[in-house]
Design a binder for this molecule. Structure first.
Ligand SMILES: [Zn+2]
Length: 159
């Protein structure tokens, strides 16, 4: 990533809102954020902002123009989704939550922290999605319960 401005991010939100799509590899569950375009320049801009890669896509039909595809995989794709989440439409937000839910059910994501600071594994049941400081974040229910219990205990002792 080079110098990324808020204008870049606002542009990326608008572009990905309309053109972006999410899927995951069947074998590994790797999340992929991608966009297809006939024009290459928007994809070059995404590449400059987020990284990833661009490839040419041929087409069987000679009447169709060839397309370019930008894609970014794994933790970096997830990072982008977390960053842009709040500025996307409710429909897109729902797709992202669903994709993250599916993604979390795959056990091995070695490069991504898959447990909370206290080592509890993030599972569908133990994780709550919350919006914090304008970003989507995962919260551990076990820690939240423990911290609440400590708070109650402290209050009880104080009185
Ligand atoms: Zn925890």
């Amino acid at each position: 990533m080079g110098m990324v401005t808020t204008v870049d991010l606002a542009w990326a939100v608008g572009f990905l809102e309309g053109e972006g799509f999410l899927y995951s590899r069947k074998d590994s569950g790797t999340m992929i954020l991608a966009a297809n375009q006939v024009e290459r320049w928007p994809l070059d801009r995404l590449l400059r902002i987020f990284g990833g890669r661009i490839s040419a896509r041929g087409t069987q039909n000679p009447r169709w123009q060839p397309q370019w595809k930008w894609e970014i995989c794994g933790p970096r794709a997830v990072g982008i989704l977390f960053t842009l989440y709040c500025d996307l439409s409710p429909k897109r937000q729902a797709q992202i939550r669903e994709a993250l839910r599916r993604w979390r059910t795959f056990p091995a994501h070695a490069s991504v922290r898959n447990n909370c600071v206290n080592g509890h594994v993030y599972t569908k049941k133990s994780t709550r999605m919350v919006v914090m400081f304008g970003k989507l974040a995962r919260r551990c229910r076990i820690c939240a319960t423990a911290s609440h219990r400590r708070w109650v205990e402290k209050k009880r002792r104080a009185s």
